[in-house]
Design a protein. Sequence first.
Length: 217
Amino acid sequence: MRRSERLAWLLSLPLRERRRRVRELSEAEQAEFLTHWRLWARPGQLPPAGDWRTWLVMAGRGFGKTRAGAEWVRSIAESDPAARIALVGATLPEVRAVMVEGESGLLAISPPCRAPGFEPSLRRLIWPSGAQALLYSAGEPESLRGPQHSHVFRTGRERDPRQRGLCADRCRCALYYSRGKPGAARKSCRRRQLAGQRRFPRRMGRTRTRDCLNAGR
């Protein structure tokens, strides 16, 4: 039985039996088990099923929006060598401090054997699979016009409504020439967005995850 098959089988066991089996895992398998996001995530932190263009998570502080977004990006980068992902935050220091190097950022959540390499001078992450992510500031939305991306993870924390709208438009332009099946998500406490790919049929829309802390917003 391959490691991935064994872990899938382990997750299907009752809790008591699972705990007993976990103690029997090798060190490498235990490390893999601890980074298996679908095991630890709440339902609202997982991407919705089906075809969608934008996933908007409306949730309060402490919900785990950054972790959910980072895990979404990680799953894409590990499974799609051709993925080109844009990481967009209010400022470049914020993108680096929160989305990349934060405790719920991409470097912290990745298993050591599959962690991306970070090149600060180039504002770039490169995964062992070959997938890449570039860092962008929402304060410089025009920088998104040239590069082509398959996905966007956007915080949406811009205070200026005009800047927020312009950044959203540039993110859509950046995705225009991307390829692949749909995938987009956006999260909000203010907002955090993961934006998807091109060739979406017009019938595809948005899906939301709403946290009880923000149910009235």
